[in-house]
Structures are given as structure tokens and as C-alpha cells.
Ligand binder design. Structure first.
Ligand code: GDP
Ligand code: CO
Length: 397
């Protein structure tokens, strides 16, 4: 594919934040005589390069009671060489939705000769493995993994590591366009291929997010993302002393990381997860607070924000959902030791004016699941390794 070269990079300590890069063309052909850095400002990412990263990548699909057709579409869009890891928290009792998802995945794998993992979030073996690892905050009062997408993401990334992958990407199961999913993963690969550091993250910005209100309107910024990004930029500006609007993907649900970076970050519950990843990167590697990871500081962190060609259309879950998303997202910034008084005021006034926070109330503290590197991953692996094959979609039940 062709993508804009990373022309503008802002530094925050050892974090290199690249400005948005647009996909110029989805495909760049097979002919290799075209120089990789042909035209000014545009990079060609060859098909071999993309495939080589896809081969090292697991795609985690968190799902909870999504329409089966959407789930199936999303799976069909993930490039063949990626290992699909479905972490499902779907119903198993009245209607066994988890069974339906497993069957769908099994069929897809049989038809296309590929493998995939599917794990239920409430699987007792997984809970046991987490206990062995000392990951107690991940468990609920019944000793099973708590509800929530981020808790599912933690299972997913540990399984990706167990399966020997180097990169992990997250793609929601409620996406209407399989073609968009294909593009996200290719964009992840493109970002990784441009990284100089082994610690790298790619966040997706959609070109448009269509809204159906009478006609179809191709909207670029939702209000939640606009506000979240503004507060992020205020946080960075106050630290560096230079006003910036570099952050454009504060809420990006679709994102990917090298496992090396993924292990270093905490995973906040609920909608806080994606903004918290950024906040934690800035805290740990931004240079203004002491870092636990001197070696990582040397390499630096490469952060890419890639704008897709495809529009993004997913299940809309209502206004309350949006308010919750705004509140929990901004809480991560508010409670960061990096957050200055001015940014705090901005957060409070935004939350109040958008009616996401009662007057006189403070944003709640996010619930953090520790970074995987702080628990005993070896114990998790020791426990899960012999069981790994039982989670493959194609294994005989
Ligand atoms: P939004 O897209 O950020 O508005 O949030 P969604 O409600 O669509 O959730 C994002 C993704 O996480 C979807 O694929 C959901 O099905 C999935 N999801 C939501 N809750 C859970 C959960 O408790 N566990 C898992 N594994 N996935 C979840
Ligand atoms: Co969604």
C-alpha cells in the first residue's frame, strides 16, 4: 500500500508521537522496481512487508453477545496469516451464544485452512492460570475473570504471547465492514514496519464514521473523541510548554502493539482502557516522572496514528454509552500524576457541560489491572501451555 511518510513527529520525553498518516492507496502492486521512497512524502509498503508482520501478529477480537453475522464478518476480514484470538464473554445459558461463535469460527477455519483460538472469559482454567500468575485484580468474587473488554484484552495478549506472537492487535467484533477490518490490520503492519523501536503502538483513526440520521452523513469527529483528544493535548502542552494538537486517537478502539510494549502497560476497566494506555505511556516514558524502564527509554516508543480509507461503522449503543465513554476516558487523564490544574479544570468543565458528570462530583478513579510484566507470566504460561491446543477452534471436541 501507499501511505504518507511520517512527516511530523512530536517528542514527549522518549515517546515519538507521529502525526496522523493517511493511507494514500490500499494497494501498491507487485512490481518491485518502483523505489520504496519514490514520491516525496509517500512511502510504499510492499505486500511482502505487510505479510511478514501479519505472520507475527495475533488479532484479538473481544466480543460479548454481538450479532453472529457481524462477528462472522469481522473474522472473515482478518488477514489469513494472523492468528485470530477470540475472547468471548457471550451468554452460555439460555441461548448458548458462545457455542454459536465457536461453531462459526470452526467452520471458517475448516473452509480456509487456518487456525484460531476461542476462549470464554469465564473459563475456569483461564481463571486458575491468572490465579497462578498472581493476577488477582483481574478476578471477581466468584474467582472468575471479571466482565469487561479490557479484562478480555489481557487474556488475549497473554494468549498471543503464549502462542509465540510478537505483535497483538485489537479489533472489535461489532464492525459492519469486513473490508475495514482487513484494512486496520494492514495498517497495523504498515505502522510496525516504520517503527525504529521494538516498543511500538499503532492507533487507527477512521476517515469517516457514518451516522444515519435521515440520510447518511459521513462524520469525521465524534464529540467524545474530540473532547478526549483536546484534553490529551492540553496535558501534553502543559508539560512541554508548547501548544499542540498531535493526539487524534485518544479513544481508538482499534489499535495494536508490540508485545514488548503491551506487557508494560496497565489495562483499565471499561472505556478507560485505550486512553489509559496512552496516559501510562506518557507517565512511564514521557521523561517528567521517573521511569522503571531505563532500557526502554533508550529505544524510545514509536506511536503511529494511521487514518484509514474505509469508513468505520459499528453497532451504536446509545447516548448513555457515549457519556460513560467520555467520563471514564477523561478520568484516566484527570487522575494521572502528570495532570496539571488547567487540564483538570478543562476536564471538569467538559464533563459538566456535556452532562456526563453531576455538579460537585469528581471523576471516578479508573480501575487498573496491573501491567502483565508485574505479574508472574511464567506461571500463567506453565499452566496454560499444555491446554493451549484445547482452545483451537479446529480441535476435536
Ligand atoms: P465501543 O465500540 O467502544 O462503543 O464499545 P462496544 O460496546 O462496542 O465494545 C467494544 C468491543 O468489546 C465489542 O466487540 C464488544 O462485543 C466487546 N465487549 C464488550 N464487553 C465485553 C466483555 O465483557 N468481554 C469481552 N471479551 N468483550 C467485550
Ligand atoms: Co462498538
Amino acid at each position: 500500500m501507499y501511505i504518507e511518510s511520517p512527516r511530523y513527529t512530536e517528542r514527549f520525553g522518549s515517546v515519538r508521537i507521529n502525526d496522523v498518516q493517511r493511507v494514500v492507496a490500499l494497494d501498491s502492486g507487485l512490481k518491485s522496481e518502483i523505489p520504496p521512497h519514490g514520491a516525496m512524502g509517500v512511502v510504499k509498503i510492499s505486500e511482502e512487508t505487510i505479510k511478514s508482520f501479519e505472520d507475527k501478529m495475533a488479532i484479538v477480537v473481544p466480543t460479548r453477545n454481538e450479532k453472529l453475522k457481524l462477528f462472522e464478518g469481522v473474522i472473515s476480514g482478518v488477514p489469513h496469516d494472523c492468528l485470530v484470538i477470540v475472547i468471548s464473554n457471550s451468554e452460555r445459558d439460555h441461548i448458548d451464544r458462545f457455542r454459536m461463535e465457536s461453531d462459526t469460527l470452526n467452520q471458517m477455519c475448516r473452509y480456509t485452512h487456518r487456525q484460531a483460538l476461542i476462549i470464554h472469559q469465564k473459563d475456569t482454567k483461564v481463571a486458575e492460570a491468572m490465579k497462578q500468575a498472581g493476577y488477582h485484580e483481574l478476578l471477581d468474587e466468584n474467582g472468575l475473570v471479571r466482565d469487561g473488554k479490557s479484562e478480555g484484552m489481557v487474556i488475549g495478549l497473554l494468549m498471543a504471547k503464549l502462542a509465540g506472537k510478537e505483535y497483538v492487535g485489537f479489533v472489535d467484533a461489532d464492525n459492519y465492514f469486513p473490508g475495514s477490518v482487513l484494512e486496520y490490520v494492514r495498517n497495523f503492519a504498515a505502522g510496525f514496519s516504520m517503527a525504529k523501536s521494538p516498543y511500538t503502538m499503532v492507533r487507527i483513526l477512521w476517515q469517516y464514521k457514518p451516522k444515519i440520521s435521515g440520510g447518511l452523513y459521513f462524520r469525521k469527529w465524534g464529540r467524545v473523541s474530540e473532547t478526549t483528544n483536546r484534553c490529551f493535548n492540553s496535558l501534553i502542552s502543559s508539560s512541554t510548554g508548547f501548544e499542540t494538537n498531535i493526539i487524534k486517537t485518544g479513544n481508538a478502539g482499534e489499535h495494536a502493539m508490540s508485545l514488548k510494549l503491551a506487557e508494560l502497560l496497565p489495562y483499565a476497566s471499561g472505556y478507560a482502557v485505550e486512553p489509559q494506555e496512552l496516559v501510562s505511556i506518557f507517565e512511564q516514558f514521557g521523561g517528567s516522572l521517573p521511569s522503571n524502564y531505563v532500557d526502554v527509554m533508550k529505544h524510545g516508543i514509536d506511536l503511529f496514528q494511521i487514518e484509514t480509507r474505509n469508513p468505520h461503522l459499528h453497532e451504536e449503543k446509545g447516548i448513555e454509552h457515549l457519556e460513560d465513554m467520555l467520563l471514564t476516558g477523561l478520568s484516566t487523564i484527570y487522575h494521572s500524576p502528570l495532570c496539571d490544574e488547567e487540564t483538570k479544570q478543562l476536564i471538569i468543565s467538559q464533563l459538566r457541560s456535556q452532562k456526563a458528570l453531576n455538579p460537585r462530583k469528581k471523576p471516578p478513579k479508573p480501575y487498573l489491572n496491573r501491567p502483565p510484566c508485574e505479574v508472574n507470566i511464567r506461571e500463567f504460561t506453565k499452566f496454560m501451555e499444555p491446554l493451549l491446543k484445547t482452545y483451537f477452534a479446529l480441535h476435536e471436541h
